[in-house]
Design a protein around this ligand. Structure first.
Ligand code: SF4
Ligand code: SF4
Length: 115
């Protein structure tokens, strides 16, 4: 079944909505560790960033692009989330979120080129 962009967005927001903000996953996130505690570069921070972008509460800028694209897709956070009973598909959410946002940017470019 082919999902349109709004369906994909809704599914991502619903998956992110399962997050209970316990933040236990952050401690094992290598980018969070490497930056000594920058929340936007953690698993939890990326989910929140994505939620705010998808709901239009934030606009994409360089810092937010960095937040999403610096995820290593290592799945360490998912192991913790599963252990806490939420079992959020964090890597897929971040990956699909990147794709959706990239589509938006590309369409914006096309729209401008068509004017
Ligand atoms: S472990 Fe899961 S529920 Fe807890 S903050 Fe991380 S993503 Fe959210
Ligand atoms: S998959 Fe991404 S968010 Fe999760 S622990 Fe690895 S780098 Fe952090």
């Amino acid at each position: 079944m082919d999902l349109n962009r709004e369906d994909k967005k809704r599914l991502l927001i619903r998956e992110i909505g399962k997050c209970r903000a316990c933040r236990f996953c952050m401690d094992v996130c290598p980018t969070y560790q490497a930056t000594r505690g920058v929340e936007t570069l953690s698993s939890f921070g990326r989910l929140q960033t994505l939620k705010f972008l998808l709901t239009g509460m934030l606009e994409l800028d360089d810092a937010l692009v960095h937040s999403l694209y610096s995820c290593l897709q290592c799945k360490r956070c998912e192991v913790i989330c599963r252990g806490k009973g939420q079992n959020i598909d964090i890597c897929r959410v971040i990956h699909d979120g990147r794709s959706l946002l990239t589509e938006n940017l590309t369409e914006g470019e096309n729209d401008r080129a068509a004017v």
